[in-house]
Ligand binder design. Structure first.
Ligand SMILES: O=P(O)(O)OC[C@H]1O[C@H](O[C@H]2O[C@H](CO)[C@@H](O)[C@H](O)[C@H]2O)[C@H](O)[C@@H](O)[C@@H]1O
Length: 357
């Protein structure tokens, strides 16, 4: 067991020597090669935001302006989007953090504004709407508090929807009736039930492991665990990567993906937000229909799986929420949650006008 000057204890095959620990690059140098790769990804997935003039994105930054040529603003391209969706059934998929609520330092404080809640509720009254989040279903429901929606928590591994609307009992996955908040009867689809005890165990081990790293936080999302480093001094990021790696090497059935200043520990199964989109479209009876326009709005690397599905199927559009230029499988872009709200309002207005025709 190697122990660090700041009090955190990371198990290590070979304990670091006193000489090694004096080296300012110590945690990085002693990391296994793949954990070094993680550190690279930690940096890439946490770019510094540039100043964007809301309402006129790119006005301050020529690189952003050039980027929106490749990923045009979904607000500017709205007419084109609805022209494509004319006569089709529009289905809306929304990520939560960074899409419906702004990114904040403390994950428990990622509150959705009442105004946004009303806009999402309105959208759900006009078109099937699902929230697909890395958080557990219960947590995201506690933030959103809308019973009109479908919820796919834990990166799509835990799906709930209004009774009679979701739930095809496929493959070897379980699908059961249950009830959640407000006594609302729902159907639940869970893609990785058997992983719950393992994920819980890893959560507890990680909490213990990173206890000494100032600012680090571990969150239990039922089928996944999030290791947050947003509030960790950058010099300690290698320590976060190494502590996580130390735990994960005993769990080959768990893997790691990267979000916004967060390491996401999840089961090694062929399931992600893209699969959740396919599952929901299937549940709605729209899987093989050429008459459907799915729109997915998200800000995170984990949303790319869903963007990719829509792009490859050539059916709908991914919309990336970002104030920095990023490569993406999305087709369009929006700067931030306030632009997401404007887009949803426009969508509802269009649906209302369509209904009057
Ligand atoms: O799929 P999402 O709904 O976007 O969830 C992804 C993760 O979001 C949360 O973390 C992110 O937002 C926090 C609050 O703004 C922020 O503090 C953190 O740095 C971000 O990574 C959530 O806490 C995670 O559990 C989700 O996996």
């Amino acid at each position: 067991m190697g122990s660090y000057a700041n009090g955190s204890t990371c198990a290590n095959d070979v304990p670091p020597s006193a000489e090694e620990m004096k080296d300012p690059a110590f945690p990085l140098k002693t990391m296994p090669p793949h954990a070094n790769g993680w550190l690279n990804d930690m940096k890439i997935s946490s770019p510094t935001a540039i100043r964007v003039n809301i309402g006129n994105p790119g006005a301050f930054d020529p690189m952003y302006r050039a980027w929106t040529k490749k990923y045009p603003s979904a607000l500017n391209a709205f007419e084109k989007i609805v022209a494509y969706g004319k006569g089709k059934k529009t289905v809306l998929f929304l990520d939560y953090d960074g899409t419906l609520s702004p990114i904040v330092d403390e994950p428990d404080n990622a509150i959705m504004s009442d105004q946004m809640r009303e806009v999402v509720r309105n959208a759900a009254l006009h078109l099937p709407t699902a929230i697909i989040s890395g958080r557990s279903c219960d947590k995201v429901f506690d933030f959103v508090k809308l019973t009109e929606l479908y919820y796919a928590g834990s990166h799509g591994m835990d799906i709930m929807g209004p009774v009679g609307e979701t739930g095809s009992d496929t493959d070897n996955r379980s699908c059961m009736n249950s009830s959640i908040k407000q006594d609302k009867e729902v159907k639940i689809f869970q893609a990785a039930n058997e992983f719950i005890p393992m994920v819980d165990e890893v959560f507890r081990l990680l909490v213990e492991k990173i206890r000494g790293i100032d600012g680090a936080k571990v969150e239990n999302n039922k089928f996944c665990v999030s290791v947050h480093y947003r509030n960790v001094n950058e010099k300690d990021w290698p320590l976060v990567a190494r502590c996580t790696d130390d735990i994960l090497k005993a769990y080959p059935r768990l893997r790691l993906s990267h979000g916004r200043k967060v390491l996401e520990v999840r089961p090694v199964i062929d399931w992600n937000k893209g699969k959740a989109v396919e599952f929901l479209l299937d549940s709605l009876g729209l899987a093989d229909s050429g008459n459907v326009l799915p729109i997915y709005i998200g800000d995170d690397r984990t949303d790319e799986d869903a963007f990719k599905v829509l792009r490859e199927d050539k059916r709908g559009f991914g919309i990336l929420v970002s104030s920095v230029p990023k490569e993406s499988h999305a087709v369009y872009s929006l700067v931030d949650p306030s632009e997401v709200m404007d887009f949803l309002k426009k969508l509802v207005k269009w649906k209302e006008e369509e209904a009057l025709k």
